[in-house]
Design a binder for this molecule. Structure first.
Ligand code: CA
Length: 232
């Protein structure tokens, strides 16, 4: 299962290191940004699955970052957990109004943060945490490695399974071939870009074996996306 990617935006180095250590230990893939600009760059490049965002940051504040994320279609659905030293109720409300999905007041325990992280992911991005992922009429079961469309079992090779798993975790989002290569094969492997097309082709064929429609969309010169599959 592809690791859930979390971006921690925190200028206090000791806290950033602590969060990195604990979230990595929990099986997340963690990136750290020490200020707002670095955070925005990272979000644009890596599209993290969740952002843990400190309120008080140099240059661009956490609130401002959150607002910017919510104003763009590519980033508006990224879950955000806000961290703050402020404990006033008014600030808490302001944070949530800006579009944060949850809110933690410093000091907090890492156990608490991890519990909240999982809860937010489960609520907003269930495909990232649940064993069984349902998307339209497709059911992907991570435990048994089985895929069903309506009541019919779809047989997929391991690479096609990983491709589908990655696409289903980010419904409707367009991925370039390079991004799919990195996500499914890993960035340290040399695989020709055309290999992605071959496996997408196989996945398409398998998903449409019973003529229920092709849910994979080809976006010219951009890549591929998985649209919500429906029964024919
Ligand atoms: Ca800070």
């Amino acid at each position: 299962m592809a690791k859930t990617q979390i971006l921690v935006v925190e200028d206090e180095e000791a806290l950033a290191t602590l969060l990195d250590y604990n979230l990595t230990k929990e099986g997340f893939k963690v990136k750290i940004a020490n200020d707002g600009e670095e955070a925005l760059l990272n979000i644009e490049e890596n599209q993290p699955d969740l952002v843990i965002l400190d309120w008080m940051l140099p240059s661009i504040s956490g609130i401002e970052i959150c607002k910017r994320l919510r104003s763009k279609s590519e980033t508006q659905n990224i879950p955000v957990i806000m961290l703050t030293a402020r404990s006033e109720e008014a600030d808490r409300i302001r944070g949530l109004e800006t579009g944060a999905d949850d809110y933690l007041t410093k000091p907090f325990s890492t156990a608490e943060l991890i519990a909240r992280t999982r809860a937010v992911l489960r609520r907003i991005r269930p495909a990232l945490v649940d064993d069984k992922v349902v998307y339209g009429n497709i059911i992907l079961d991570r435990t048994s490695h089985r895929v069903n469309r309506d009541d019919k079992e779809i047989h997929l090779g391991p690479t096609e399974f990983k491709l589908l798993e990655h696409l289903i975790q980010h419904p409707g989002r367009v991925f370039s071939r390079e991004q799919l290569l990195n996500a499914v094969w890993g960035s340290d492997v040399f695989v020709e870009i055309r290999t992605v097309d071959v496996h997408i082709g196989r996945l398409r064929k398998a998903l449409n074996k019973y003529k229920q429609g092709d849910p994979i969309r080809t976006v010219r010169s951009a890549g591929y996306a998985l649209d919500k599959p429906t029964a024919s």
